[in-house]
Design a protein around this ligand. Sequence first.
Ligand SMILES: Cc1cc2nc3c(=O)[nH]c(=O)nc-3n(C[C@H](O)[C@H](O)[C@H](O)COP(=O)(O)O)c2cc1C
Length: 352
Amino acid sequence: MSRAEIEMLRRRAARRIPSHVVDYVAATADGVAEAEAGRWDAVELRPTALRGGAGPTLATTVLGTSVDHPLLVAPMAQQVAAHPDGEAATGRAVASSGSLLGVSTNTAIPFARIAEQGAPWWFQTYVLAERELTYVLAERAASAGASAILLTVELTALRVPAHVEPVNWPEGRARARLANLTADERARIEGRPTTAPGLDEIARLREATGLPVVVKGVLRGDDARRAVDAGAAGVLVSTHGHRRMAGSVLVPDALCEVVDAVGADAEVYVDGGIRDGRHALAALALGARAVFVGRPVWWALAAGGAEGVGALLDGLAEELRTAMAQSGVSSADEAHALRLARVPRRQAPDSR
Ligand SMILES: Cc1cc2nc3c(=O)[nH]c(=O)nc-3n(C[C@H](O)[C@H](O)[C@H](O)COP(=O)(O)O)c2cc1C
């Protein structure tokens, strides 16, 4: 799976899906496409030699769950807009590839159907305008088999299109069409947060579900440290795929700061712009335990259904294996210990 093949997936998806949906998926805060991918391109790898050893090992664990490789699937709303089976199709591919699935608050597929596919999954939640619903939904996900909660603390101005039906809401709300609701009701149902979550949400979600909580959207070392001290089992460095705000730090830079702040006290993951095996290796070498892939999965789902997603994940994993072999390391831990990746200073935006 090369960058050119991912670009082909995007084009094939664009031929099959209405253009307003394709635009919603591609949207970024400043209109710049693939800024994070460009930053990963700039990360330098420092290949090592003369270490002998066996071939690369990709298998690892994330919060104790075994995965065959560290390329996981980011939670994304709108998967039914890519394919009628939505996250059920994605989940099937994730199971066959030995990966892990992030499931969005705004999924339109019932949890039980996603769980049936056999992939390990983490449930992503926002702190909802009607707070109690946050815990009801998270408990529901936990009893359906989610093995962790991804608490998204990044906000984005982008809205979920009105035809997505969040079927996992408590009865009564489940069948409500978003398009037929008042603005206030829509705010509740869409999961659009109205207040910024505080640190106490980590403990509340842990207590409500009995599951470990990973905080998604952390971009600073101090915030990562506070989250871990408040009980987070992991931190996912993310700008929501460059959708959060213009002028934000890019994820490779933020990852370094977060890894330094957290040390061995929690697992650190990253998403945003991971488009090839070399990007994934750079992330692992900078200290990520695993990476999440977003839009390419959506495009693959739209272009080729579960099979398309499976081919994407397997292809990226194979590229990661090759990149590890080429750079002389046999594991992510070794890549990190040997400081295989270096992030060059970022040029001032006006000179880019
Ligand atoms: C169409 C779309 C929908 C998304 N929906 C959610 C969501 O519901 N919850 C969430 O936490 N992140 C959401 N994200 C952000 C992704 O989880 C992830 O952070 C991002 O897509 C990673 O960047 P990438 O697309 O460049 O790989 C969404 C992203 C896209 C593109």
